[in-house]
Design a protein around this ligand. Structure first.
Ligand code: AMP
Length: 278
């Protein structure tokens, strides 16, 4: 496994790979969610590139860029046995040198709602870094978690609109035994907050139960989800019952919907989602 920190060296190492190349972009502090993407990529591609880059451009002012958890040595130990060929770990200066001034903005309702509304500029940072990484790594396939449902759709849009020759492979959300979606940000939680963090998944399951029981009024479901989150002491940013493709809010449930939630548990802003079929 080769660790590469500059763009020219990454290009050189990439040029030596023959056959299909799978790529898993991450911000590091790896957990089973990330590793499930890497294992899937390993099954489907001849070679594997993983990037670790806490992208400053996708954090807003006052967000957790500085305190985002980082442990490169541990990450490399986790990746080594999985048959990764190259780990790309650029510095912020390598990715955004002085004079950097080109940004990719996914416009339209998809990027403005939900995370886009609560984290202005977030998806601009995501789209820009993902496009840069695709240009540097030039993968055949790239693996993204359904955990970040809106990000996945935005990356699809970016790849379609800019004709980037890469296949996007969505991968299911990996959860802790109690249902909490794995996330590097779960490390912010104290033991009692960690217990209450299951609220997000519970709210999603309650939406599923209501829909399976025949409830079709989405606003009623959203209200119940909010109530449940508050009972756990979570501070709700949004709950959404949305169309799975456009992520536009649904009023009457007539087909599959994506339930999404973002909420604060103590110092941690957590997100989760669940695809629900009536
Ligand atoms: P991050 O390091 O948080 O930027 O995540 C890197 C990739 O891992 C993204 O495609 C995420 O959607 C994915 N990911 C993060 N958490 C999970 C999870 N619990 N299950 C599946 N994929 C995940």
């Amino acid at each position: 496994m080769q660790v590469v920190r500059t763009i020219p060296l990454m290009r050189e190492a990439r040029a030596r790979l023959t056959g299909t190349v799978g790529f898993v972009p991450t911000m590091g502090y790896l957990h089973e969610g990330h590793l499930s993407l890497v294992r899937r990529a390993k099954q489907e591609c001849h070679h594997l590139v993983v990037s670790i880059f806490v992208n400053p451009a996708q954090f807003g002012p006052g967000e957790d860029y500085q305190r985002y958890p980082r442990d490169e040595a541990r990450d490399l130990c986790l990746l080594e046995p999985l048959g990764v060929d190259i780990v790309f770990i650029p510095t912020p200066e390598e990715m955004y040198p002085e004079g950097f001034c080109t940004w990719i903005d996914v416009t339209g309702p998809l990027a403005q709602r939900l995370e886009g509304a609560f984290r202005p500029g977030h998806f601009r940072g995501v789209a820009t870094v993902v496009a840069k990484l695709f240009n540097i790594v030039q993968p055949h396939r790239t693996y993204f978690g359904e955990k970040d449902a809106q990000q996945l759709r935005i990356v699809r849009q970016l790849v379609a609109d800019l004709n980037i020759p890469v296949e996007i492979v969505p991968c299911p959300t990996i959860r802790e035994p109690d249902g909490l979606a794995m996330s590097s940000r779960n490390t912010y939680l104290s033991p009692s907050e960690r217990e209450r963090a299951v609220a997000l998944y519970r709210a999603l399951l309650s939406a599923q139960e209501m829909i399976k029981a025949g409830l079709r009024d989405a606003s009623q479901i959203r209200r119940q989800m909010e109530d449940l989150l508050r009972q756990y002491g979570a501070k709700v940013d949004y709950v959404s019952i949305a169309h799975p493709d456009t992520l536009e809010e649904v009023e009457r449930i007539e087909g599959p919907v994506l339930a999404l939630v973002a909420a604060w548990v103590g110092p941690a802003r957590l997100i989760d989602n669940l695809l629900i079929k009536p």
